[in-house]
Write a protein that binds this ligand. Structure first.
Ligand code: 3HC
Length: 721
């Protein structure tokens, strides 16, 4: 069975409508591309066809090249010659057709989809359609002529912005940029496009080949300045990535040597990038992100999510107000409950401040701000909880307080209501102990700031009903969070994986490694912050509280350093006190503190360890491995205990919860590029030298023994073990 096609229909007016059909997003598979060429050839041949309209089925023009075909391209021994799509099909067949063509764009025209549209002689779109070239997000560059045509349609600066940020523009903006020639409502779209195509034929409208447009392109000297600036920006923003620079080079080639040379250079560069590790990693992340909502035994039962029309939040602190902000931003009415008027006012003001900062940045209109605020109601009692569909508890981490709250909720909320807790450390079974509603108790673990961070851990206990999980998955989609369904344990998936990150840092520093060098190397690897800068940001109060949880639950593998408590004792509690591992100025700029050595020496003597010359001169590679392999080891335990459903979910958790660089494919994907055998042997060695903290877990040992990837599903691995 083929993967999609185009359908050609010729009307009485002599206009051939070529429709791209490949659900769900009409992506351009090779079958679709071949069929597009055949449809154009047929339309050119047929005497009854005067002009052509290209459109997409069911309100979507096209989501671009078929990303699921990348794997095949990467594995293929022989590949078609560069440019057979961008030159032979898109340029020499579509754009060079003897009959004028108009793209009728509804829904989306992304990547290859927009590139096909740009090769047509005019474009019409609905005001809300999304148009963009997001290829860089996948580690490639536009490969169907986008690097050449977009600058010629919208100018170099805007084209660079659209490609380098991968952000689409809406039809309305596309029109003002000159990317589309007219805005039309969805019902009128195809009919208007038909007339437009005939108008071109009859010279009532211009017949434009975008590839040869010159009016929007700056003269070469000026263009080179703009490109130079873009290069500097790209190097600064993504120092580990090469493909943004390749994209800029390809654009430059087209401006300097002409668009056809540019097309060829684009095709060659695309062919090189599509097989790169960066592309493989980012494509993995693309599918892994969409895969988190597929939970075996839960989402395959045909359950339909129930509508959540109103949510109550308990606690207006940092987390509660952030969660309330996320909900009202997605048009969901919220009741925010606090224990007294002062706290309630503070909570409502936090929500207000969150939204106002959007208004200030120009991301939100005053009207939308007022609309969002009108969805928030404060409350000091449970009276208004009678008709809520979901409650999210976000009070301080105190077991008996939470137990009381859940017992109250059972009394005041309707029986269908989802009872969620945002706890990050307390066992959900304990929280629900005083209720008979264990089946509707679920964890909704947001990350701070909750209205900004994209991840939501949905924590299920052995009693949580599948319907509740399906409901919360649906809510996460509505509030634009990526959900990961995890099991109930200390730290769930993200905090559990994150814990050894700082621990490894502390162990190394006590044995003589340079703290600031560790942070530098880890940041260079691609993390937003190294373990020490992060600990400063989170604050030592939280670090010590979490540490206590881990010592209680995982004593055999928790490294008990006194460094953080010693600093805390001296009122150096991290960034909020302007002193932690670093010193902070008024602008939050961190600088190293020579006095830190005194604390390190004290901690060293308490731990009874001495400086190890090997650890004083660690290479960058060693630092990366000694910090991250314990993280990988913990992730293996998380998988072994079925806390996470699949390794790809941990990749997404690492990328969205920890800031692990997506271009390395997430934690487990990255680990598999190094191999289970290698990781195991390194950990084994270090555990002999430095103790149980590094000891490889059984899951890792078993896979290393047979050379099985860490991310291979358990059932597949079992058959090989
Ligand atoms: C040579 C060319 O220059 C190269 C290219 O064109 S590369 C491709 C460029 N295009 C893109 O990057 C767009 C990628 N897609 C997206 O951003 C989003 O999917 C979207 C905006 C199109 C739709 O978003 P949304 O409505 O939230 O639905 P979403 O869940 O993401 O996607 C729906 C399904 O379509 C699939 N899909 C989306 N775009 C696809 C694509 N280009 N190829 C293959 N499958 C695609 C998704 O995997 C998902 O499948 P699933 O239901 O089995 O999980």
């Amino acid at each position: 069975m083929g993967k999609g096609r185009t359908v050609l229909e010729v009307g009485h007016d002599g206009v051939a409508i070529i429709t791209i059909v490949n659900p769900p997003v009409n992506s351009l598979s090779f079958d679709v591309l071949h069929s597009l060429k055949e449809s154009f050839d047929e339309a050119s041949r047929r005497d009854d066809v005067k002009a052509i309209v290209v459109t997409g089925a069911k309100g979507k023009f096209s989501g671009g090249f078929d990303i699921s075909a990348f794997g095949g391209i990467q594995a293929a021994k022989e590949r078609p010659k560069p440019g057979w799509v961008s030159i032979e099909i898109i340029t020499d067949t579509v754009e060079a057709s003897r009959k004028p063509s108009v793209a009728a764009i509804d829904g989306l025209a992304l990547g290859g989809g927009l590139e096909v549209a740009m090769a047509c002689n005019a474009r019409l779109s609905t005001p809300t359609a999304q148009l963009g070239l997001p290829e860089l997000q996948l580690g490639i560059i536009p490969g169907f002529g986008g690097t050449q045509r977009l600058p010629r349609l919208v100018g170099l600066t805007k084209a660079l912005e659209m490609m380098l940020t991968s952000k689409p523009v809406k039809g309305q903006e596309a029109h003002s940029l000159g990317l589309v020639d007219g805005l039309v409502s969805a019902d009128e779209l195809v009919n208007t496009a038909r007339k437009w195509a005939l108008d071109i034929l009859e010279h009532r409208r211009p017949w434009v080949a975008s590839l040869y447009k010159t009016d929007k392109i700056e003269p070469l000297g000026e263009a080179r300045e703009i490109l130079k600036f873009a290069r500097a920006q790209a190097r600064k923003q993504a120092p580990n990535l090469n493909h943004p620079l390749v994209c800029i080079d390809v654009i430059e080639q087209g401006i300097a040597s002409g668009p056809r040379t540019g097309l060829l250079k684009e095709a060659e560069a695309f062919d090189g990038l599509v097989v790169s590790d960066t592309c493989k990693s980012l494509v993995h992340i693309f599918f892994a992100q969409r895969g988190t909502t597929k939970v075996p035994g839960i989402t395959d039962r045909g359950l339909v999510p129930r509508k959540v029309k109103k949510v109550a939040i308990l606690g207006g602190g940092l987390m509660g107000s952030g969660i309330a902000t996320a909900l009202i931003l997605s048009n969901c009415p919220v009741i925010l409950k606090e224990v007294n008027q002062k706290f309630l006012d503070a909570g409502v003001n936090r929500v207000k401040a969150n939204l106002q900062s959007r208004v200030k940045k120009g991301k939100m209109s005053q009207e939308k701000f007022e609309k969002a605020m009108s969805l928030l109601k404060g409350s000091l009692d449970y009276e208004s909880f009678k008709d809520v569909d979901m409650v999210i508890e976000a009070v301080i981490e105190n077991i008996s307080l939470k137990q009381q709250i859940f017992a109250d909720l059972e009394k005041y909320c309707p029986p269908h209501c989802i009872l969620a807790s945002n706890t990050s450390t307390i066992d959900l079974n304990l929280i629900g102990q005083k209720t008979k509603s264990q089946d509707r108790i679920v964890g909704a673990h947001f990350f701070s700031p909750a209205h900004v961070m994209p991840l939501l851990e949905i924590v299920r206990t052995a009693h949580t009903s599948p319907q509740i999980i399906v409901d919360v998955l649906d809510i996460s989609k509505k509030i634009k969070k990526t959900p990961v369904v995890v099991g109930n344990c200390t730290g769930f998936a993200v905090n559990r994986m994150f814990f050894p990150y700082t621990q490894a840092g502390l162990l190394l520093v006590e044995r003589g490694a340079n703290l600031y060098q560790i942070d530098r190397v880890i940041t260079k690897f691609g993390m937003p912050m190294g373990p020490f800068r992060l600990a400063d940001l989170v604050g030592f109060g939280v670090a010590i509280a979490t540490g206590t949880q881990f010592i209680q639950n995982f004593p055999e593998r928790t490294y008990k350093s006194m460094l953080i408590p010693l600093l805390q004792e001296d009122k150096r509690a991290g960034e909020t006190t302007r002193k932690g591992f670093y010193l902070y100025d008024g602008k939050r700029k961190a600088s190293p503190d020579p006095e830190l050595n005194n604390y390190i020496e004290k901690a060293r003597s308490i731990s009874g360890v001495s400086v190890d010359p090997k650890l004083v001169k660690l290479s960058e590679k060693d630092i990366i491995e000694m910090i991250f392999f314990p993280v990988v080891n913990e992730a293996c335990r998380v998988l072994d205990e079925d806390i996470a459903v699949k390794a790809a979910d941990l990749d997404i958790s690492a990328v969205m919860g920890m800031g692990f660089p997506p271009y390395r494919g997430g934690l487990m994907f990255w680990a598999d590029t190094l191999g289970s055998k290698y990781i195991h042997s390194r950990l084994e060695k270090w555990s002999e030298l430095y103790g149980g903290f590094f000891k490889p877990c059984n899951y890792l040992a078993a896979r290393a023994a047979k050379g099985i990837p860490l991310s291979a599903p358990k059932d597949q691995a079992m058959s090989r073990l």
